[in-house]
Write a protein that binds this ligand. Structure first.
Ligand code: PLP
Length: 401
């Protein structure tokens, strides 16, 4: 496969089959190690003089196929597969930074990434500063002499705010910083950060890349010189992906485009339907003209994504009541599934934050996040409408009673 082919062709036709049986679908290579033809072959593999598999912690035909596809889809030179999204985030930072280095990060990063930055990396002398994703004017001023990396998630979770990746790419270049973008929400189908100047693209493949709620996995993709350091780090610290999960994910990538098209179509329809709804304070979706970064979203993303947030009138109590009245949609903290999932961040994923901290990242008491799945849109709409209708009385109770 080459970059000349279209997205779905690369996702479907990149294959690592080297088979005896002429199988059409790539087999699963469940083996921990590989044999050498002779002593010379072993020597040359260990000396990196030729390509080949030695041990599955280093590489395996299934993980190689998965990564080869992702590199083609993201437009990156090189990559490695990891056991989870978090091992991708951790390794991409730990392998490239040193004691005394500093990271500039968007404030609303994934919960465990926040724990890495605030609780884990400071133990090794790697500090960070958070900057609001929607205030680009603050970014350059926050760069310190020891800043080495910019880490960003766009669109952000659960605020769905965006940052201009091409602008960030220019800023990173000017200050010689490594730009590391967690592209989990958008997937390479909607946005390819490397094309805007990102040096490293990280993924939780657990979400839309699997897309069916079956596996935990991640990936780190990027420039070869940086990937060499990350590969060394991963080879010896061991966050490798199982061949079985890599096989599942390589198959999942074959349908990424059709799934994302449907996720985005349905999410857009839901957002349009809910906007202006009398039971909601607001609806936020990157491809609604009311989104503060609508023009940027149109430039940077192929479609608006699967995630929508809205705020139910009546605050925390109504938010929780709304969830309790959903009959079809799943209550789960996860996202990126064929099944629509609904989360109430204030009482779950972000409940440990103070009211002020939640306000800082845009989490109002009545905020609901929906990851729109692949069920029929009318069934999704009906479940949400019914739950809004059933909890209507909550809004008429004044806050003081
Ligand atoms: C889920 C998620 C992660 C962590 O991935 P895991 O596969 O759960 O380890 C990182 N970043 C974002 C944006 C996520 O949604």
């Amino acid at each position: 496969m080459s970059q000349e082919h279209h997205f779905e062709t690369k996702a479907i036709r990149t294959q690592n089959a080297n088979s005896l049986f002429r199988e059409h679908s790539t087999p699963i290579y469940m083996t921990s190690s590989f044999t050498f033809e002779d002593a010379e072959h072993a020597r040359s593999l260990f000396a990196d003089e030729q390509e080949g598999n030695i041990y599955t912690r280093f590489s395996n035909p299934n993980t190689s196929e998965f990564i080869e596809k992702l590199c083609l889809l993201e437009g990156t030179e090189d990559g490695i597969a990891t056991s989870s999204g978090m091992s991708a985030m951790f390794s991409s930072i730990a392998a490239l930074l040193e004691h005394g280095d500093h990271i500039l990060a968007s404030r609303s990063v994934f919960g465990s990434t926040h724990q890495l930055l605030t609780q884990v990396f400071p133990k090794w002398g790697i500090q960070h500063t958070y900057v609001d994703i929607d205030k680009p004017e603050d970014w350059e001023a926050a760069i310190q002499d020891n800043t080495k990396m910019i880490f960003v998630e766009t669109p952000s979770n659960p605020g769905l705010d965006l940052i201009d990746l091409s602008w960030l790419g220019i800023l990173a270049k000017k200050h010689q910083l490594i730009l590391n973008v967690d592209n989990c929400f958008a997937t390479p189908y909607l946005q390819q950060p490397a094309r805007f100047g990102a040096h490293i693209v990280t993924h939780s493949a657990t979400k839309f890349i699997d897309g069916q709620g079956r596996t935990i996995a991640g990936a780190i993709l990027g420039e070869q010189s940086l990937m060499e350091k990350i590969r060394f780090f991963a080879r010896h610290t061991g966050p490798s992906l199982s061949p079985f999960n890599a096989w599942v994910l390589s198959k999942s990538l074959e349908t990424l485009q059709v799934r994302m098209d449907r996720h985005c179509d349905s999410a857009f329809q839901l957002a349009q339907h809910l906007e202006g709804h009398e039971e909601l304070d607001f609806v936020k979706y990157p491809f609604l003209p009311s989104h503060p970064a609508y023009d940027l979203a149109k430039r940077q993303m192929k479609a608006g994504g699967a995630l929508i947030t809205f705020s139910v009138k009546g605050g925390l109590e109504r938010g929780r009541a709304f969830l309790n009245h959903l009959k079809l949609l799943s209550l789960t903290a996860n996202l990126g599934d064929t099944r629509t999932t609904v989360t109430h961040p204030a009482s779950t994923t972000h409940s440990k934050l103070s009211d002020a901290e939640r306000a800082e990242v845009g989490i109002l008491p009545g905020l609901v996040r929906v990851s729109v799945g692949l069920e029929h849109i009318e069934d999704i709409l009906k479940d949400i409408e019914n739950a809004l209708e059933a909890t209507k009385k909550h809004v008429t109770i004044p806050a003081s009673q």
